[in-house]
Design a protein around this ligand. Structure first.
Ligand code: ZN
Length: 173
């Protein structure tokens, strides 16, 4: 059997990507090997550089390479916060909506089956934001599935005592 340790390692690493099985990982590995060396270096460098420079925005927890992301830094920002599950939801909403508020990324939803409770998602800082940023409306845009609905309900109850308007939109894009 022809065992090439470094090739096996590459295939193994690639197969850690979501929705990439062993066969696809092998195909990607062979493709990378067929690229010229400087392209492969650019590829590897893009991963390392992104990993080193991208982190969560201190306010909304969306990805950014600054301390505060561009959306949170908008000077004409309206006192509305749209709550979403993941960073990719921000991208989707920014593309289709003329929204002048900011976002709040939960990084998950409440899911008892996965042992994910309210303390396991980015909820506490939402309360702080509503208090400190004088937020007038919170739009909850989690997915219209069981976990998304349960999370939306939880947020609505959590914010009720603060007297902020809570609106639900089903995020099914
Ligand atoms: Zn932000």
């Amino acid at each position: 059997m022809n065992q090439i340790e470094s090739l096996d390692r590459l295939i193994n690493e690639l197969s850690k990507l979501p929705a990439v099985g062993k066969k696809t990982a092998q195909r990607y590995a062979y493709f990378l090997l067929s690229m010229n060396e400087s392209d492969v270096r650019d590829f590897a460098d893009a991963i390392i550089t992104a990993k080193e420079s991208v982190h969560y925005c201190k306010i909304c927890a969306n990805f950014t390479d600054k301390e505060i992301c561009d959306i949170c830094s908008r000077p004409d920002k309206e006192p509305i916060v749209c709550v979403v599950k993941e960073p990719k939801d921000v991208t989707a909403l920014e593309r289709v909506r003329d929204f002048k508020g900011s976002y709040h990324v939960l990084h998950g939803v409440i899911n008892p089956l996965e042992n994910k409770g309210p303390n396991d998602i980015n909820l506490r800082s939402l309360l702080d934001r509503v208090n400190n940023e004088h937020i007038q409306e919170v739009i909850v845009a989690t997915n219209p599935d069981v976990e998304g609905e349960a999370t939306a309900m939880y947020i609505a109850n959590l914010l009720k005592p603060l007297g902020v308007k809570v609106t639900r939109i089903a995020q099914g894009i």
